[in-house]
Design a protein. Structure first.
Length: 101
């Protein structure tokens, strides 16, 4: 595959053309890489005076009680959804009957 279009060709070694219409050449500069890094000096961290307390023990959980509460919540959610669906069906039937009759 060759690219004959001059826009896709590499610039000449003398530099790439400058901004359109200026006729100037921009000198090529190579990327020399990131600047060198220096390791931090010894003791660069601030001194620590306070030690945090150890983590507290979590409260014990009653798994059976949690499961029962989740079951009750699921039942309530389904009940509310069924009531809402029933209301929507009744309203839809009323609106359709008004349009047809």
């Amino acid at each position: 595959m060759t690219y004959d279009d001059p826009n896709w060709q590499r610039p000449q070694p003398g530099g790439e053309p400058g901004p359109a219409g200026t006729g100037e050449a921009v000198p090529q500069t190579g990327y020399s890489g990131p600047p060198p890094t220096q390791p931090p000096p010894a003791g660069w961290r601030p001194p620590t005076y306070l030690q945090p307390p150890p983590p507290r023990q979590l409260a014990p959980q009653d798994i059976d009680k949690i499961e029962a509460q989740e079951k009750d919540a699921r039942t309530l959610t389904y009940g509310v959804g069924l009531v809402a669906a029933a209301v929507m069906v009744v309203l839809s039937c009323l609106l359709c009957s008004r349009v047809l009759f």
